[in-house]
Design a protein around this ligand. Structure first.
Ligand code: NOJ
Length: 445
């Protein structure tokens, strides 16, 4: 018997800026990643790479969908470039830009692949950044209007919408340490304001989508550190749960989700966050919308002992090309603990790794490391499911190699290799392996 439910949604994911290219085509407006990459005064991106062309998916989406079909992919999570659809973020709609997504959705549906839309995967229209971006509450109605436009357009064709991808990265990297666009470095209280505005923006967008498509499933896609136990004992599990939701560990799911769903910041919050929280108008809590599901982006976790102390990784611990730990257990305990705290159905909206992939002498890309990684993680995920966690789907990150933000094109996460000189695609060994996993609904694992 398969370890995965009958209707489990197996898919892949990507995001507009990372794969589309066509950065100024057909009336698209500039966004903060265009600006960040093009900044002549700072080398914000490794090798000064840009998303100007990326994988050129804007022009090659048919080829990409055909490759997905060939590999049994059942769902594609992609994001919409807000500035392609509404060039200044809040004004006139760019019909040509919208038509690109129309075509993509039609192509997916025609090939039996479910489109899953992310509204915001970090590429804010520059005109909205000029007004303060996510720091300015005026962005909330603009985001809700954008969501409404998308919902109206895709009503009946798209069942699942995700509002915001990784609010943690937006707030911490975009507004905190400046590693991501817009590159702002603000004090922690301001970063907390960004988080709060993101919660309100998710909520306003969810209401807007539901008003148009009452049957739609609306989710949000957070990220953060998750712990797994050194020993699988009741005490070990409890320690991993507590360590996962400690706001002091830095990246945390709960800095966003507690506020959105539980309407609180707990005691582990920093003084700056507590100071900000004290200024929140109580009426704001009534505006928060609990999503229908949570999309979890999970790549690595950290191990804790029964006392909740982090267990240092041993020398030579397995790492991916970008030096993230290979910790499959996080896909067992992570979703379980998130479900225990929030009680919502879950999709794994991203999981994968970067490898030093290259084309071998035989013209193929042999990525045994990726197969082993995904295999281990999926086996652990099946344990969470066996223990009753409602995981509805798994979206591997990423279908194509793509633009990895500050690392540019140096990190390859795809199961399809992209030769950036030509934009030619070469399916890696892992693509064939994943196709078999899907065909057997995970039974071959
Ligand atoms: C999270 C982000 O959502 C995605 O854009 C990024 O490429 C992957 N993780 C890998 O870092």
């Amino acid at each position: 018997m398969s370890k995965f439910p009958k209707d489990f949604l197996w898919g892949v994911a990507c995001a507009s800026y990372q794969c589309e290219g066509a950065w100024d085509a057909d009336g698209k407006g500039p966004n903060i990643w265009d600006d960040f990459c093009h900044d002549p005064n700072a080398e914000n991106i490794k090798n000064r790479d840009t998303g100007d062309v990326a994988c050129d998916s804007y022009h090659r989406y048919r080829e990409d969908v055909a490759l997905m079909k060939q590999h049994n992919i059942k769902a594609y999570r992609f994001s919409i470039s807000w500035a392609r659809v509404i060039p200044d973020g809040d004004g006139a709609v760019n019909e040509t830009g919208l038509r690109f997504y129309d075509n993509l959705v039609d192509e997916l549906v025609a090939n039996g692949i479910e489109p899953l839309i992310t509204l915001y995967h970090w590429d804010l229209p520059s005109a909205l950044q000029d007004k303060g971006g996510w720091l300015n509450r005026e962005i909330i109605p603009a985001f809700a209007r954008y969501a409404e436009i998308i919902a109206k357009r895709f009503k009946g064709r798209v069942r699942c919408f995700m509002t915001i991808n990784e609010p943690q990265c937006i707030a911490q990297l975009g507004y905190g340490n400046g590693a991501h666009a817009p590159g702002w470095k603000l004090p922690e209280e301001k970063v907390a304001q960004v988080y709060h505005n993101l919660c309100l923006a998710h909520s306003a967008a969810q209401r807007a989508i539901k008003a148009v498509c009452p049957d739609a499933q609306v989710g949000v896609v957070p990220c953060g550190s998750l712990a797994y136990p050194e020993k699988d004992t009741p005490a070990g599990r409890e320690a991993a749960y507590q360590a996962s939701f400690n706001l002091n560990v830095g990246w945390s799911f709960n800095i966003f989700l507690d506020s959105l769903i539980l309407h609180r910041y707990d005691d582990s919050a920093s003084d700056a966050v507590k100071r900000f929280a004290a200024t929140i108008d109580p009426k704001d809590w009534e505006l928060m919308e609990t999503p229908d599901f949570l999309g979890l982006n999970i790549y690595q976790g950290f191990m804790v002992n029964e006392k909740g102390e982090e267990v240092k990784r041993y020398p030579g611990f397995p790492l991916t090309a970008c030096k993230w730990g290979v910790t499959p257990e996080v896909l067992h305990y992570g979703p379980m603990n998130i479900y225990r705290r929030y009680g919502l159905p879950i999709y794994i909206t991203e999981n994968g790794l970067s490898c030093n992939d290259k084309v071998y002498l035989d013209g193929k890309v042999h990525d045994a490391e990726r197969i082993d990684f995904l295999h281990r993680y999926l086996l652990e995920l099946s344990k969470a499911i066996a223990e009753g966690t409602p995981v509805r789907g798994y979206l591997q990150w990423s279908f194509l190699d793509n633009f990895e933000w500050g690392s540019g094109y140096d990190e390859r996460f795809g199961i399809i290799y992209v030769d950036y000189r030509t934009c030619d695609r070469i399916p890696k060994d892992s693509a064939a392996w994943y196709a078999d996993v899907i065909a057997s609904n995970g039974e071959i694992l």
